[in-house]
Write a protein that binds this ligand. Structure first.
Ligand code: NI
Length: 173
């Protein structure tokens, strides 16, 4: 297992549409192991494969926020099959947009169909922070970021800030 480098805004990989996983082979299992290690190391509560540069439909989440009682969940080809009409606003962040947080409104409850690491199909209902996290991660698989839900003014401001930071990083390197 290893911590992989995170893809950071404005890297255009974050805008790719990830490809479906066709089977739970060794490569995917290793990717998932590394994603958990990267996510816990950050630390974060969710990670999509594209955030470590792998454009495949794989997501890891753990909203427990507890080291003594981890609740790791790996989802291959997750698909939101139902969304509640009730909405909920929650503060979101993203490991690809470090140290930036804004409130986003999303459906309060969802049902998600996915395959596990044995490629067995499951369907779960999620609410609260898990529902927000899963919607955020499934968005990543479609090249969508949480800042896309903000006003143009806020989005432009954060894009500018991260473009500037990336420029500084490349000048230092
Ligand atoms: Ni994210």
């Amino acid at each position: 297992m290893s911590v992989r480098p995170l893809v950071i805004l404005p890297d255009t990989q974050l805008r790719l549409i990830s490809k479906p996983v066709t089977g739970a082979d060794k490569e995917i299992r290793t990717l998932i192991e590394d994603m958990f290690e990267t996510m816990y190391d950050a630390p974060g509560i969710g990670l999509a494969a594209i955030q470590v540069g792998a454009p495949v439909r794989a997501v890891t989440v753990d909203v427990s926020k507890r080291e003594d009682k981890q609740e790791p969940l790996a989802l291959l080809n997750p698909e939101i099959v139902w969304r509640s009409e009730e909405m909920r606003e929650m503060e979101e962040g993203c490991l690809s947009i470090p140290e930036y947080y804004e409130a986003v409104e999303r459906p309060d409850r969802i049902r998600v169909k996915y395959r596990d690491l044995d490629f067995k199909e499951h369907e779960i209902e999620a609410d609260g922070i898990l529902a927000t996290c899963l919607q955020h991660e499934v968005d990543h698989l479609n090249g969508v970021l949480f800042i896309d839900y903000l006003s143009k003014l806020k989005r432009d401001r954060v894009m500018k800030k991260f473009a500037k930071q990336a420029k500084l990083r490349s000048e230092e390197a």
